[in-house]
Design a protein around this ligand. Structure first.
Ligand code: PMT
Length: 398
């Protein structure tokens, strides 16, 4: 399952370090190449020799040891790693990483890697629930670090509660899940809309909204990364086009409607993250409107509701909409889900800081056709895009 994957395992100084020997052994049996880095404190619990024997590779501990070929190669792994697993992740190492401190081999290599990082916290219950530790975890979650929740049970310190390292098989399962999600949309055609539409008033002015396109672009990037053939219909944005995505720019809702309808029949999945103007000026003035009176009256007419139309046309397609609301989030989202014949709707209350327009994070609730509602914590738009695609993959096929 993990054949040829390079996994760097960072072991910090906690009593459960001994369980990580089993994790390494299981990962190795799955075909992965394992490279272990230990903190000095971790060597009080398990010797580097144990990890060396199990992983089949030398173990690095001391950043200041005389440089050998092996040390240099090991650091190069930061960029070659397919995944970085940190277990046990102690309060100390979580705190260092969350605050940009790199003062030993482990924290330095974590800082240098671009691979996905899975943190598996294990510590005393009060330490784990400590507000600072929780804030650090929340900060790292928003920065796209993966976390596993610790198990509940008897702890080494003699107390009972949350804080145990999850069982080795659960950690291995999580590693497999993160590494295998990469190509699960191969062969699928996904149509995504992003950004806000602009409805012209005259040659220099328009009616628009605050959408930056970040949510839709994150979805397009992640879907392409997971193997989908992605067409992104984008309103005007300042964003860089995501790699591997076919992008078509539009301005108005009616241009977006034409572009979406042109690709709809061939699409397997449609995700409408765009903020489409509901109304447009009835006519566009040919010339710049002059400042002649105290008031200016614009007559607006309704734009087509593209998603509603897709809901009627839908055959094999999975249809996912968004609902941007400022009040009664669930009521309005539920109504849109049903009325527009959607498979799932992503509801965001755009009045909450860290959610909605032009932020790097979002806070969403996912509503399904069968009435289930899933509440998600604040997370980066990229991570939310991952979650939405996971849900499409699992839930919408039921
Ligand atoms: O772009 P960002 O700055 O990252 O911000 C993200 C976001 C807030 C724009 C995004 O998370 C979001 O909520 N997008 C939907 C915005 C919206 O227009 O919501 P709505 O509730 O008005 O529309 C419901 C759904 O119908 C949406 O999927 C929308 O694309 C679609 N719609 C709406 C009106 C219309 N005329 N045609 C449509 O297709």
């Amino acid at each position: 399952m993990l054949k040829g994957k390079n996994i760097v395992v960072g072991v910090a100084g906690g009593i459960s370090a001994y369980k990580v020997v089993d994790v390494v052994s299981r990962l190795k049996k799955q075909g992965a190449n394992i490279y272990v880095i230990m903190t000095k404190a971790a060597t009080n619990f398990v010797t580097p020799l144990t990890f060396r024997e199990i992983s089949g590779h030398p173990v690095v501990v001391d950043m200041w040891a005389e440089a050998t070929n092996w040390n240099v190669e090991h650091i190069a792994l930061a960029s070659r790693a397919d995944l970085f697993l940190l277990a046990p992740a102690t309060g100390n190492i979580i705190g260092k990483i969350a605050n940009g401190i790199a003062d030993d081999m482990l924290s330095t290599t974590v800082m240098a890697t671009t691979a996905p990082i899975l943190m598996v916290p294990a510590m005393n219950t009060n330490m784990y629930l400590n507000t600072i530790v929780q804030q650090n975890i929340s900060k790292l979650t928003q920065l796209d670090y993966y976390f596993m929740d610790p198990d509940c049970g008897k702890l080494a310190c003699g107390t009972e509660g949350v804080g145990r390292l999850p069982e080795p098989e659960a950690i291995v399962e999580k590693v497999i899940e993160i590494l295998k999600t990469n190509h699960d949309f191969t062969g699928k055609k996904i149509l995504i809309t992003a950004g806000g539409t602009q409805e012209a008033i005259d040659p220099v002015r328009y009616i628009g909204n605050r959408s930056s396109g970040k949510m839709g672009y994150a979805l397009a990037e992640v879907a392409a990364h997971r193997g989908a053939k992605v067409t992104l219909i984008s309103g005007p944005t300042h964003l860089v086009s995501p790699p591997g995505v076919t992008i078509e720019f539009v301005q108005s809702a009616s241009q977006m409607q034409d572009a979406v309808l042109a690709h709809f029949a061939e699409s397997d999945i449609v995700i409408k993250a765009a903020a489409v103007a509901d109304y447009r000026p009835q006519s566009m003035s040919e010339h710049k409107i002059k400042k002649t009176g105290e008031t200016l009256h614009l007559i607006l007419e309704k734009n087509p509701d593209i998603l509603l139309q897709l809901g009627h046309l839908k055959k094999h397609q999975i249809l996912v909409g968004f609902a941007a609301e400022t009040q009664d989030l669930l009521v309005h989202a539920q109504d849109k889900l049903t009325r527009k014949n959607l498979d799932m709707i992503v509801a965001n209350d755009v009045t909450i800081p860290g959610a909605g327009f032009n932020t790097d994070t979002n806070i969403a609730k996912l509503l399904y056709r069968d009435g289930r509602i899933e509440e998600l914590p604040q997370m980066s738009k990229k991570r939310l895009a991952e979650v939405i695609l996971d849900k499409i993959h699992i839930e919408c096929r039921k």
